[in-house]
Design a protein. Structure first.
Length: 138
């Protein structure tokens, strides 16, 4: 179980921006949330994962990937033990997705607006207007 969580989190935490730009944090968190949700929902579900409840679209038997399968085989985990382990891993992913969504839901629009202040946007010749942000706060 811990091995699976370590592989999953290392893969995504390694992808987070190396330079801590607060205006880019939203895209990093959205990418992590999307990756976690896409592992546990049905592949054919065409939903807006940020606005709709993902609980209705959970895959009954999601694939946890090659690392999970090879670790189970390597450690001699088969049958009911493997199913229990898979259940715990999927439960972890569901809890992680819910926590990420709770963190995003209130701030997603505000953080999206703040992206106009990112370094890459500020150095562009054609800058995005900030009047929408000013109007939002006044």
């Amino acid at each position: 179980y811990c091995k699976y969580c370590k592989v999953l989190l290392n893969a995504k935490l390694g992808d987070l921006s190396k330079v801590p730009d607060p205006t880019k944090l939203l895209s990093d968190i959205k990418r992590l949330y999307s990756m976690v949700v896409n592992k546990i929902i049905l592949p054919i579900a065409k939903i807006n994962i940020y606005e709709q409840d993902i609980e209705k679209y959970l895959d009954s038997s999601p694939s946890l990937g090659y690392a999970f399968e090879s670790s189970c085989k390597e450690n001699g985990i088969f049958g009911q033990e493997k199913e229990n382990l898979k259940f715990r891993c999927v439960s972890f992913l569901i809890a992680l997705a819910n926590e990420l969504k709770n963190r995003l839901s209130d701030n997603i629009k505000t953080l999206g607006r703040m992206s106009v202040f990112s370094m890459t946007e500020c150095f562009k010749a054609n800058k995005l207007p900030i009047t929408d942000i000013a109007a939002y706060y006044f």
